[in-house]
Write a protein that binds this ligand. Structure first.
Ligand SMILES: *[C@@H]1O[C@H](CO)[C@@H](O)[C@H](O)[C@H]1NC(C)=O
Length: 365
């Protein structure tokens, strides 16, 4: 009897889980074209622009050539992708993106995912933090940018046993950062981890010497930090939400404050420091996105979401407005995963496809 009851309970749980997931993958959702102004593709990017980090002078660094963790679920061409960092200068918006030379120490195999920029407030030195899925293990590369030479030099490669599957990083100092692990399992079995809803994702704080887990849960993806360093934002794509944490600078710990339901499978988060707005590259249909990952020629829709805070200075997201700022059927950009805004232009990146730049002529608020 007890076994029967247990069996029924398991079945109910499985059906509930399946129902919840089938709603979230948005099987029937279409991508609607919605342009904030004239848009064009940014050449020569063809093999992804998964994440973007923006410098205060308008130079955007774009990670390209992300190779998926699970070969069986990916287009066979994906494993041949070459990892690159491009730069795009918002001050010359009609130019192409330019590849930045990487240090030889990184070797042949470079598999960049999330990127984050740290700028020295006095010296102006720029460091790009890159989540790199090295074959020998998850690594966060800290690279120093040299503008004249158009190159990066390697400051250090940070490896830690708590880095299980680093999707994104956010720098909070010259060698301190948070890393978001999107799973515990690195290979194809991660799908089981995700389906069972195992809370094995973590946010790890690295203080320059050692790392510690500061948050655990399910479905973590990307990170951002507010300009004053007091708030951390974490996206949870399949829950279609972003979590906001108060950050304790002394020990790097995070205290959950609130979550915002965005209503779209959001990917990388970008903060516009001039307004405090949160921007997201998003996927209207996770189901179609999966097909696109499996065959890049099958297009996936794109959507850019903006959350505009309306609350008081000490609690800005206690109220907010949601905007859909860009939409595409997948022809211009397929599977938008990242976004950066500078003045009146919006740069949009994708997981394994192209990138686009749009003028934003509409009134912002
Ligand atoms: C979130 O932060 C605001 C501002 O500090 C505070 O008033 C509110 O109580 C916090 N909420 C939670 C759940 O901690």
């Amino acid at each position: 009897m007890i076994f029967k009851a247990f069996g029924v309970m398991l079945l109910v749980l499985a059906v509930r889980r399946f129902w919840k997931m089938s709603l979230k993958v948005e099987i029937y959702k279409k991508g609607y074209i919605n342009r904030p102004g004239p848009c064009r593709n940014v050449l020569p990017i063809e093999t992804g622009s998964e994440d973007i980090a923006l410098a205060s002078n308008g130079i955007a660094f774009i990670s390209s050539g992300f190779k998926n963790y699970c070969e069986h679920a990916s287009d066979p061409r994906n494993k041949l992708f070459v990892g690159r960092i491009y730069k795009f200068d918002f001050n010359m918006p009609n130019e192409d993106a330019v590849e930045v030379n990487l240090p030889n120490e990184l070797g042949e195999y470079f598999n960049p995912h999330g990127v984050s920029l740290w700028q020295d407030p006095i010296k102006g030195e720029m460091r790009l933090f890159v989540a790199n899925h090295r074959q020998e293990g998850e690594t966060v590369e800290i690279l120093r940018y040299n503008n004249e030479a158009n190159s990066f030099s390697l400051v250090r490669s940070v490896r830690h046993e708590l880095f299980t599957s680093v999707n994104d990083v956010v720098a909070v100092g010259p060698d301190s950062f948070y890393a978001a692990n999107d799973a515990y399992i690195r290979g194809c079995w991660r799908i089981v981890e995700a389906f069972l809803g195992l809370p094995w994702c973590t946010v790890v704080y690295y203080d320059g010497k050692d790392a510690q887990i500061v948050e655990k849960g399910e479905g973590f993806n990307s990170l951002a930090v507010s300009e004053d360093g007091s708030s951390v934002f974490l996206t949870i794509p399949f829950d279609q939400q972003v979590n906001i944490y108060k950050r304790h600078k002394k020990d790097g710990s995070l205290e959950f404050n609130r979550s915002i339901e965005v209503g779209c499978t959001i990917d990388n988060v970008f903060i516009d420091h001039t307004t405090g707005d949160l921007w997201f590259g998003g996927h209207p249909s996770a189901h179609v996105l999966g097909k696109h990952i499996a065959d890049t020629d099958a297009k996936a829709p794109s959507q850019v979401i903006r959350v505009h805070p309306k609350g008081p200075v000490d609690d800005p997201f206690s109220s907010y407005q949601l905007f859909s700022s860009f939409g595409d059927d997948g022809e211009l950009v397929s599977g938008s995963s990242s976004v950066a805004l500078y003045k009146n232009r919006l740069l949009i990146g994708t997981i394994v496809h192209k990138a686009a730049i749009c003028e934003i002529n509409t009134v912002r608020n």
